[in-house]
Design a protein around this ligand. Structure first.
Ligand code: NAD
Length: 416
């Protein structure tokens, strides 16, 4: 059986999932809905989609009877709920980008619609699906380190990635997208819960926007990097950040493809001179945090500390898991297990598929998710999907509780 997919939102994520499904022969991409004519046309060309299956809005697609097995919903954060509800009611299986929705009420409506219509809903918490994560989970489940007591987890966002997505880009302003914790670190809160296999009881959190503020603007700086007199001494210069990716086919898709369809030196210059990605990082438009810590208390007493920070290289997450009989250390590439009984160390090389960024499909995580989703559709085995409605709602609830704790400077009981 060939699985068929319709893409709602043909931007960076929607196009990338479609490409993976097509290139790996996992599914046929048969329809696309996106208001951007260039994006629609690009997908139509790449996957041979018929003219009458190109839609300018998700509503045009859902006005028709179901025309594919599943939809990929990769619209902006605040535009997930309505298409998800409409598609579930039409009987589409759903691959839904994270976050499910910006609010708990909307996320609950999506869960209810998926359950009521008995459709498969997979949320794109891609980190759960990598060989690295599966190996960590296996070692923990086999009791190789005893009972987990403490976890330390770092999300190194990367200095230029923060500037690109969370200062100049789509997730810079919370009211237009989501909090940083929901937009970016919902992956981490979800992944930690998956690893520990226990519900979170209480959370606390601190963090803020420390650096990317107007008061940190260097003396003499201009409004745009292309004309800024101090551009050469600024680590966040858009010219320096983006020019090095010219001619690199991987990075032409991301991040350059986000700035412009014309990835020539002239096209980039124009984007930097006119578009949002050439604006000074100290302009003051952005309001999401650039660093945050979350402390989590799990039922049964285990604790985890999570740090998200902009001020790193863009790299894989780093995690240390401390158990009663051993400890694990992982950096996205290698896992080291220290067994206390024998006082020996064992190393597992997981060799991720490329680097940690979206350009590389998050080290193969995106491909792993698409394989799991299409296999679940092909075989009917829904256990292949670990990021279903209930699991995702549970981990989003922790994110919302942590954000409340940060804003109210309090300790919040999850589900309170
Ligand atoms: N899982 C991950 O690791 C990951 C990584 C990055 C982004 N995301 C999430 O994926 C989603 C999409 O992000 P992106 O980077 O692809 O954004 P994007 O802006 O590149 O793509 C969004 C697309 O949706 C289209 N769109 C807008 N209104 C529409 C409508 N009414 N009907 C149909 N299409 C419409 C836009 O034209 C655009 O092409 C976001 O929710 C984001 O948070 C997830």
């Amino acid at each position: 059986m060939t699985v068929t997919l319709a893409i709602i939102g043909a931007g960076a994520r929607g196009a990338s999932y479609a490409r993976i499904a097509h290139e790996e022969g996992l599914a046929a991409v048969v329809a696309v809905a996106d208001p951007d004519p260039a994006r629609r046309a690009a997908l139509a060309r790449e996957f041979g989609i018929a003219e009458d299956r190109l839609f300018t809005d998700w509503r045009e697609l859902t006005d028709r009877p179901r025309l594919a097995d599943a939809v990929v919903i990769a619209t902006p954060d605040r535009l997930h709920t309505e298409p998800a509800l409409a598609c579930a009611d039409l009987g589409y299986h759903l691959l839904l980008e994270k976050p499910m929705a910006p609010t708990e009420a909307e996320a609950r409506r999506i869960v209810e619609a998926a359950v009521r219509n008995d459709v498969l809903l997979a949320v794109c918490h891609v980190l759960r699906y990598t060989p690295y994560s599966l190996e960590l989970k296996r070692l923990i489940s086999q009791g190789r380190i005893g009972e987990i007591v403490s976890v330390e987890h770092l999300e190194p966002v990367g200095w230029w990635h923060q500037a690109h997505s969370y200062v100049r880009g789509q997730w810079a302003v919370e009211a237009e997208s989501s909090s940083m914790l929901l937009a970016k670190s919902c992956h981490d809160i979800d992944w930690l819960g998956h690893l520990l296999g226990k519900p979170v009881a209480q959370v606390s959190s601190f963090g803020g926007l420390q650096h990317f503020r107007p008061e940190n603007r260097p003396d003499g700086a201009g409004d745009r990097c292309v004309t800024c007199p101090v551009e050469r001494t600024c680590a966040y210069s858009a010219v320096r950040i983006y020019e090095r990716f010219l001619g690199d086919p991987v990075h032409e898709k991301w991040p350059l493809g986000v700035l412009t369809e014309d990835v020539s030196p002239e096209g980039l210059r124009r984007a930097l001179a006119e578009g949002p990605y050439g604006v000074c990082v100290y302009s003051g438009r952005n309001d999401v945090v650039d660093h945050q810590v979350v402390n989590l208390l799990y039922e049964g007493g285990a604790t985890a500390s999570f740090t998200m920070t902009a001020f790193t290289a863009l790299d894989f997450r780093k995690t240390r898991v401390f158990g009663t009989h051993g400890s694990l250390e992982g950096d996205g590439r290698t896992i080291t297990l220290h067994d206390f009984l024998t006082d020996t160390v064992q190393t597992f090389d997981l060799d991720p598929d490329g680097g940690a960024s979206a350009a590389d499909g998050h080290g193969g995580a995106d491909n792993a998710l698409i394989r799991a989703f299409t296999a679940a559709l092909r075989t009917g085995d829904r256990s292949l999907i670990s990021s279903g409605p209930e699991e995702t709602l549970a981990s989003h609830l922790v994110v919302w509780a942590a954000e409340r704790a940060r804003r109210e400077k309090s300790v919040v009981s999850v589900g309170e």
